[in-house]
Every structure is written in C-alpha cells, then in structure tokens.
Design a protein around this ligand. Structure first.
Ligand code: ARG
Length: 260
C-alpha cells in the first residue's frame, strides 16, 4: 500500500514538473467566477488597439475580446502597458490574456500558450518619400527603428540592420520622421493606419514599400498550463471566424482582412 502511494506521489510530481498538469492552470470557470477577463495590451497599434483621448481603448482586438467576454458572460478589464511588458506579464500569470497584435511564433510558443490565429499580417518597411531607401535591398547596413520586443525587432536584427528600439511605436515613427534612422519596420496594417494619419497633416510624406517580408499569424496569449481557458476561447473564436464576424470587424475598421 505504502509503495503504491509513494508511486502515485512520484507520478504526480513528475507530471506537474514536466507538463504543468498540476491542475493549477486557469480555467474558463475560474474566469466566470471572477466575473472578468483581464487583458494586457499596448494600445499604440491601430487598427488593433488604440488609445483614445478619453482614455478608452478601441480597435479590432477590443471588439473581438468584447465578443469573447459576452460569450463567457464576464466583463473585459483592460490593463495598458508597453508591448515589451505584455508577454512577460502574461507568462507570470499577472494577466489572463495578452491582446496586442501578438505574432504567435514558435519561439514565443515555448513560453506562452496561444489561441488559434485569427488573422495574418506581415512586416512592412516605412520610409520618407524624399529619402534614399526605395526597396528592401537599399536597407543593407542601414539604421532602422522598431518597437522593443516585437517581431520587427528580431527580424531586423537577423537581417543585420542597425536596430534602434523604442518602447512606443509613435517614437519609432518619430525617429524616422526626424531623420535619425533610414526606415521604420512595423506590421503592415498598423503601418497603413499610422502612415495615413501622419500624411494627412504633413508635407514630407511617408511611404510603405510594397514588400511583404514575413507572415505573422496573430493570436491571443496566456500562461502555459491555461489549456482549459484557451480551449474555451478557441471554440468562441472558431465560431466568430466561421460565421464571418471577424471579417466584418476588419471591415468596420476599414482594414484588409487575411484569414489564416
Ligand atoms: N506583431 C508584432 C509582434 O508580435 C508587433 C506587435 C506590436 N503590438 C502592439 N500592440 N504594439 O511582435
């Protein structure tokens, strides 16, 4: 008898250590009991999440999250931070879900659990119309602005560019405008939004080079082990994808939609 108990104990410990299946993961029921889903976001990423002058956050992902919360019957609580703090906070279990135009790549999947992707994006190069960069090839050895902790940053480092990283996307844009760098690399849909709004009020126009450089599936992230929660959110997402709701949210924000 003692031996069996000891064996069970060893098995349980090994299981918890190896896979995190100790039952400590957050479930959809935990969220329902709490009555709210707490998300971490960097609201400098239109049209996905953007801070309004009244302090509220709006965007495609906020609409999707509101729908998910309606399905779960809970409130949405939005915690704002720089992008580089989103995934570490989620991994530490400080927030239920990271919602920040996050590219679900293999590297990140080692440290966080992702929902199924709901859209595809790509990295884009933004330059000044008057500048000398006309194509990706011109960027070799040049200085590039990116947002800290993003896939743009890792992409540009791998390409061997001189990388200037900024906590806020708007500062990366500013460094291009002020001539501190030769280009700004950022996800394509956000590039389109930010460039359009910059060009509305400036003469020295910004342009996006039409070279899609990567494929970036966006998903929402949670702490490893929160499988029940992610499965529940995946079910809701699948329904919203299949019935065209996600596509219509992109339409509402006048953004082109690429289904994964
Ligand atoms: N998709 C890119 C990444 O995952 C950029 C995301 C930036 N998001 C933001 N809300 N500023 O690294």
């Amino acid at each position: 008898m003692k031996k069996i108990i000891a064996l069970l104990l060893v098995m349980a410990l090994a299981c918890a250590a190896l896979t995190g299946c100790s039952g400590s993961g957050k479930t959809a029921d935990d969220i329902k009991k709490a009555g709210k889903l707490v998300i971490a976001t960097s609201p400098d990423f239109p049209p996905f999440e953007e801070l309004q002058s009244d302090g509220s956050v709006v965007g495609i992902e906020i609409d999707i999250l509101n729908m998910i919360c309606d399905e779960l019957g809970v409130e949405l609580e939005i915690q704002q931070m720089d992008f580089e703090s989103v995934l570490p906070g989620v991994q530490a279990g400080k927030y239920d879900l990271g919602v920040s135009g996050i590219t679900a790549n293999e590297e990140r999947k080692k440290n966080a659990l992702f929902t199924d992707p709901y859209c595809l994006a790509a990295q884009a190069i933004v330059v000044t119309e008057s500048g000398s960069i006309k194509s990706k090839a011109d960027l070799a050895g040049k200085a590039v602005a990116v947002q800290t902790g993003t896939t743009a940053e890792s992409f540009c480092m791998a390409e061997g560019y001189k990388v200037n990283s900024y906590a806020a996307n708007s500062d990366a844009e500013l460094s291009l405008v002020n001539g501190k760098v030769d280009a700004w690399v950022i996800d394509d849909l956000t590039a389109a939004e930010m460039v359009a709004s910059y060009n509305e009020s400036h003469d020295d126009k910004l342009v996006i080079l039409s070279e899609a450089m990567t494929t970036e599936p966006y998903g929402f992230a949670t702490k490893l082990g929160n499988d029940d929660l992610i499965n529940e959110i995946n079910k809701i997402l699948k329904k919203l994808l299949d019935d065209g709701t996600i596509a219509s949210v992109f339409e509402k924000f006048e953004a082109p939609y690429t289904k994964p």
